[in-house]
Design a protein. Structure first.
Length: 430
């Protein structure tokens, strides 16, 4: 550690030309959380940083929460600390003691900002994206000294990574917090205009139970994109569609658990065990928003990528991993018509199962139902998935055999498949 001084330590990563790397993950990205000896997400992070030639690169670690909870999480979490986990991957972890009950003291500390700048990588842990935003942004939404230091690491050619809430907060605006069915019923996200409006003494929740919220974020991610995490394990396609309409974003990135997207320039590469969804809003049509209306969407494009697949985030052109071959549809392959597409219960990964089965079948479309989750009133919805001339599939020989046990169970029998630009429509069932 550097001496307690406001002098800026030397930045040794890259050229300072803004050619850094973003790595965003869908939560449950550590090996200990997955019950595995190795984490593809952290392995990818270490692989990028290894290019610096530093024997033990420094990584600045941020965790949202109270100071006491953050210290516990960092030094002694469930018998296996974050400090130890980063050491196992060859990092010298630098704990940044920013918390919801001390951020006014630490967020604009030159000393801690300089500690961040001395690192080759930054990691924003999961928890609550509203707390990350409140801790790292000034009242008017501008970057605090600590947030600017994170940006400086990227500009110097370093890596900025985040998982779950730590991925959410890197866009601006940031959306999320609710569930798919309530978000569609309320049909309008609640908006927080400035960080000053965010609660500091509790978890910030929407006024309407289960609704979406839109809050200010760090703005590190590519403009026009929003992220969602724990994506299909928690049935979040519905809330992401509402979020796309209400934020006006070009696209949403839905990150599955144990999975991430490594972004260099305009190219994103999938790492991890499950999938990354890319939801394109351009060319889609939406019904009007507001509680007096019924949520409706038509012509949304959905793509699904797995490990090794790449996407150009400017053009949305997808390059499957080299080992994948074009899908050959089978007349005997039935498409899976889920009756609970946004399930958070035992039946997880329903959206994945639906699009994979449709991609391999000779059918042109399939409809899925939506159960009432979170609230007991509201219309029934039907979600239609369709193939057209732009829809392509590429299959690997690899199944879902490692990683999150819920995905392994739900997707048993499927091969990891790239699905390109399938269509999605959502309407109330009448």
């Amino acid at each position: 550690m550097n001496e307690y001084t406001n002098a800026v330590p030397p930045i040794t990563v890259g050229s300072g030309s803004g050619t850094g790397t973003w790595l965003v993950g869908g939560g449950t990205t550590s090996g200990s959380e997955l019950g595995l000896a190795d984490s593809p997400f952290l392995h990818a992070l270490r692989g990028v940083v290894s290019a610096t030639q530093d024997e033990r690169p420094r990584i600045a670690v941020f965790s949202p929460g109270t100071a006491e909870a953050v210290r516990h999480h960092y030094y002694d979490y469930d018998g296996y600390s974050l400090e130890q986990e980063y050491a196992d991957y060859g990092f010298e972890a630098v704990f940044i003691p920013l918390a919801i009950d001390n951020y006014k003291e630490y967020a604009d500390s030159s000393y801690w900002a300089n500690q961040v700048r001395s690192c080759q990588a930054v990691f924003l842990q999961g928890g609550d994206q509203a707390r990350h935003a409140r801790q790292l942004l000034n009242d008017d939404g501008t970057l605090s000294k600590l947030a600017q230091a994170i940006r400086d690491v990227y500009e110097a050619g370093g890596v900025v990574a985040g998982t779950s809430a730590g991925a959410h907060v890197q866009s601006s605006p940031v959306f999320g917090f609710g569930d798919s069915y309530p978000a569609m019923v309320y049909n309008q996200a609640e908006t927080i205009q400035t960080p000053a409006e965010l609660l500091v003494d509790d978890i910030h929740t929407p006024k309407l139970p289960g609704n979406n919220m839109i809050i200010p974020g760090l703005g590190f991610a590519r403009e026009g994109f929003i992220y969602d995490t724990h994506f299909d394990a928690r049935g979040r396609l519905g809330r992401l569609l509402v979020g796309l309409r209400d934020t006006g974003a070009r696209a949403g990135i839905g990150l599955d658990e144990g999975t991430g997207l490594l972004i260099r320039g305009s190219t994103g590469t999938v790492v991890g065990h499950n999938g990354v969804f890319v939801i394109e809003s351009e060319g889609a049509s939406y019904g009007p928003r507001g509680s007096g209306e019924t949520f409706r969407a038509e012509g949304v494009r959905i793509s699904y990528l797995t490990s090794g697949d790449q996407i150009d985030l400017d053009t949305f052109a997808i390059t499957p991993a080299e080992h994948k071959l074009p899908v050959v549809t089978r007349a005997d392959q039935e498409s899976f018509d889920s009756m609970d597409l946004f399930s958070r219960g035992e039946l997880k990964y329903q959206t994945t199962a639906v699009i994979l089965s449709l991609m391999h079948s000779a059918a042109d479309s399939v409809q899925a139902g939506v159960h009432k989750h979170g609230i007991s009133y509201g219309p029934d919805y039907v979600v239609t998935f369709r193939k057209d001339a732009q829809t392509l599939g590429f299959e690997s020989g690899e199944g879902y055999t490692t990683g999150n046990h819920q995905a392994v169970t739900a997707l048993r029998g499927f091969k990891k498949t790239t699905v390109v630009r399938m269509l999605v429509d959502v309407a109330a069932f009448r």
